[in-house]
Write a protein of this length. Structure first.
Length: 245
């Protein structure tokens, strides 16, 4: 069931999603770098490929590992009331923005959001929004960065989750990503990039990873490679993604 097209099916998929603890091996240099990012900026960026079942569990594992109570997602800000009510225990309300099918919203995200809210205070912010006519890629990212920086601060720090084209803290071929805009205001911020091995994901349609984690790579491992924080996910599974055709 890679995609669902009805609200009832999405709610069933979220209810059936088992929120499990992922064991992440965090090497000491990566641990120190991530903690510095939180101490100096209050933020830690996580770059993902949308549509992977494990993505929300990875976010949860990092929140637990670093004691975070803030989560910022690349969902449209107009979904804030829907997400807030769902986290409070209400039934999921329908909204057109739930159904883009690009994998940033999954049944697993809904399950983890409700579990995190039940576990203790959760400061949730959504930072995508409507773009202006003729905006460039960088202008959209700058607007997302501004929403992140303007969101209420979480006392224990915030994990910012976005597609991995948006989280680098320096310029890329596409332009200036939100990570770079955030780094201008909070220079200590760091990015964790998920490196996917074999497996599948769902973005508009089923897709496959062609990557491979190095020899012996069976565990989730957060490590520092040169000056980059990498989280290795050896095998990825396709997420249940809401999409209406």
């Amino acid at each position: 069931m890679p995609s669902v097209a009805s609200l009832e099916a999405l709610q069933r998929a979220a209810a059936d999603f088992t929120v499990t603890d992922l064991s992440v091996v965090i090497e000491p240099p990566a641990l120190a770098a991530a903690r510095r990012s939180l101490d100096e900026s209050g933020l830690l960026l996580l770059g993902e490929v949308h549509g992977v079942r494990e993505n929300p569990l990875i976010a949860r594992a990092l929140m637990q590992a670093f004691g975070l109570n803030g989560l910022a997602l690349e969902w449209h800000e107009d979904l804030a009331s829907v997400a807030g009510a769902f986290c409070a225990g209400e039934a999921l309300a329908d909204h057109p923005l739930l159904w883009s099918g690009d994998g940033r919203i999954t049944a697993g995200h809904l399950a983890v959001l409700r579990e995190r809210a039940a576990a203790g205070p959760l400061t949730l912010s959504l930072f995508d929004g409507t773009t202006g006519a003729g905006w460039s890629w960088s202008q959209r990212d700058e607007a997302m960065a501004r929403r992140i920086l303007a969101a209420p601060a979480a006392g224990a720090g915030t994990l910012v989750v976005a597609g991995n084209a948006h989280t680098p803290i320096t310029g890329t071929r596409q332009g200036l990503p939100l990570g770079a805009f955030i780094a201008r205001q909070r220079p200590g911020v760091r990015e964790i990039r998920i490196r996917y091995g074999a497996g599948r994901y769902y973005n508009i349609q089923p897709r496959r990873f062609r990557g491979r984690i190095g020899p012996g790579g069976r565990d989730l491992r957060l490590h520092q490679q040169d000056d980059t924080l990498i989280l290795d996910l050896p095998a990825a599974a396709e997420a249940v993604v809401p999409q209406r055709f």
